[in-house]
Design a protein around this ligand. Structure first.
Ligand code: MRU
Length: 345
């Protein structure tokens, strides 16, 4: 199933991931506010997917604009981009996509509003299409690292659903399967919103890749029992030194992988790399409603009135990362130098 689809009448359809795997329904977004709301409530989620959705959201937001000059138009589009970028702070792909569209707009030679809007839509489509191509490329680079028969632990969902298609961490796993490596997957359920149980397990079953579901607190014991050969995860933002923000729980897995001498791989497109931040300490970490922890599906699972902390992401220090897999190849330590070189190719 497609994560999103653009309808030429001027509508973005988003697969509502908050309802998966029980219901498979598409939300119709007709303006940027619909898209912003969908991103906030995780109807669309995963760093590259929210970048692509926000790009289409910006296009929707410009459709009804009637500015009297290009300058006035750009100012209004910038305001919409700020609104969309503010929906989720950690995944840099969102800001990356907004900046890419704004750059297109500012550098366009035409002042004709219709042409500017058409150029924005073309760029949003490119962001979407390039993401799929990049995921296939990083999958190819990454699968070389995967041994035959590997049992792979992953966290959250870095699959087709988290991207325009194919996936990053799950893209590497798909590519390994396509190369005939007979891999199998252990999927962390990923509390509190269960992206692993609801989405990764669903995607892997659909791709006929053997998958076993674990609750998050079982990962260490699974490693101690010799059930895991390597860990691979996606990323929401990678700082210049390689420190990586990803779904809460990723850091713990990296420490566990280190303690059990297992490779720990991060798979992400270049749009997730933020050379503007020196270390992971500068990455803004989204904190979400405590009710996501105290409640499940609207039902309380903790005593009324208890306080709960709900950071949506954590940061894995670069020293725990065996390699970062991108569409331009695989890099290792020293990440500061190697990421800079990679980005300047
Ligand atoms: O809160 P989510 O579901 O948007 O978090 C998603 C993740 O942490 C993914 O691992 C990350 O965005 C990489 S997706 C290719």
């Amino acid at each position: 199933m497609e994560t999103m689809r653009w309808l030429e009448e001027g509508c973005l359809e988003l697969l509502d991931q908050s309802k998966l795997p029980i219901e498979k329904t598409y939300l119709k977004c007709r303006d940027h506010l619909d898209v912003a709301a969908a991103i906030k409530r995780l109807a669309v989620r995963g760093a590259p997917a929210i970048g692509a959705a926000a790009a289409y959201g910006l296009v929707l937001g410009t459709m009804r604009l009637q500015a009297h000059s290009k300058e006035a138009f750009v100012a209004e589009v910038e305001a919409i981009a700020r609104e969309l970028a503010a929906t989720r702070p950690t995944a840099v792909n969102l800001r990356w996509a907004m900046n890419r569209l704004l750059h297109k707009l500012r550098t366009a030679e035409t002042k004709d509003l219709r042409e500017l809007k058409t150029a924005l839509l073309a760029e949003a489509k490119l962001i979407y299409q390039e993401d799929i191509v990049n995921n296939h490329k990083l999958g190819e680079y990454g699968q070389v690292l995967i041994p035959f028969g590997a049992r792979i632990l992953t966290h959250c969902n870095a699959g087709a659903l988290a991207t325009a298609g194919y996936g990053t961490a799950l893209g590497v796993i798909r590519a390994a399967q396509e190369a005939g490596k007979k891999v199998s997957v252990y999927a962390d359920e990923t509390r509190p919103l269960l992206q692993g149980a609801r989405l990764t397990a669903w995607e892997m079953l659909d791709a006929r890749i053997p998958v076993t579901l674990l609750t998050d607190n079982m990962a260490g014991y699974a490693m101690a029992c010799g059930k895991i050969d390597l860990v691979i995860v996606g990323a929401d933002r990678i700082a210049a030194n390689g420190d990586t923000a990803n779904k809460i729980g990723t850091y713990g897995l990296a420490v566990l992988a280190w303690a059990h001498h297992l490779p720990f791989y991060v798979a992400a497109p270049l749009s997730t790399i933020d050379l503007g931040l020196v270390t992971g300490a500068e990455i803004p970490i989204e904190e979400r409603e405590s009710t996501e922890v105290t409640h499940f599906n609207g039902h309380p699972v903790a005593p009324a009135g208890v306080k709960a902390w709900n950071p949506a992401f954590d940061v894995t220090p670069n020293r725990l990362i065996t390699a970062i897999i991108t569409e331009r190849g695989v890099i290792n330590q020293p990440y500061l130098k190697n990421l800079q070189e990679l980005m300047s190719i």
